[in-house]
Design a binder for this molecule. Structure first.
Ligand code: CA
Length: 219
């Protein structure tokens, strides 16, 4: 799941980046409001984590510009302690959730998973497809009760395909969701991950539509 983090405090931003990556998120980090508006206009993120006090356009301006442009991604706002006015103004300007600093990383990760799930119209946390179960929080996959060991990218790719089961996901969309700005994929990296997933989960699960993309049909 690819997240845009907008935070100007270098220490906090770095800590959140490292922690969210360890929790399995792909994270792109920007430090000012102007570049956040530009990135949100063209890139496809599952969620944004937005600090309100930012240089060159504050967080509220980012939020308003993003909603005015019709972008509907979930936005979680980071606010200072006791800033009740900020929380209310943020939610009223189109934020979906907020957290008060200092941030507990586990809570942030859980809230992001919940926001992304709701965006996809899903209330239950587990992704179940026939005998296959994927637990996004525990980052665990089982098939017919047997644990399946996946790499981080394989897990994220499988999650994306299961979340959109029955729909074809174009290769470019999968690559955008899997890789941040700092980790450009090799040209055949996606095929390699698909190949590994088929070896581990059976060749029938993921279908290739030549020149179009990949899909997991509904069970
Ligand atoms: Ca700040």
């Amino acid at each position: 799941m690819r997240i845009l983090l907008v935070e100007d405090d270098p220490q906090l931003g770095d800590g959140l980046c490292v922690g969210l990556r360890q929790a399995g998120f792909t994270v792109d980090w920007l430090r000012d409001g102007k570049s956040a508006i530009a990135a949100l206009a063209v890139e496809d993120f599952a969620c944004a984590v937005l600090d309100l006090g930012l240089p060159a356009c504050d967080g509220m301006q980012v939020l308003r510009a993003t909603r005015a442009a019709g972008r509907d991604l979930p936005v979680l706002v980071l606010t200072a302690r006791d800033a009740l006015g900020d929380k209310i103004a943020g939610l009223d300007a189109g934020a979906d959730d907020y957290l008060v600093k200092p941030i507990a990383l586990d809570e942030l990760a859980a809230r992001l998973r919940a926001l992304a799930r709701r965006r996809l119209g899903r209330a239950t946390p587990l992704l179940i497809h026939g005998a296959l179960t994927l637990d996004p929080a525990a980052r665990r996959v089982t098939q017919a009760g047997r644990a399946v060991e996946l790499s981080g990218r394989e897990f994220s790719l499988l999650q994306l395909l299961l979340e959109s089961a029955g729909r074809v996901l174009p290769r470019s969309q999968l690559e955008q969701a899997l890789y941040g700005w700092n980790d450009e994929p090799d040209s055949n990296a996606l095929e390699v991950h698909i190949h590994h997933l088929r070896k581990k989960l059976g060749s029938e699960l993921i279908r290739t539509l030549r020149g179009v993309g990949y899909t997991i049909p509904r069970p």
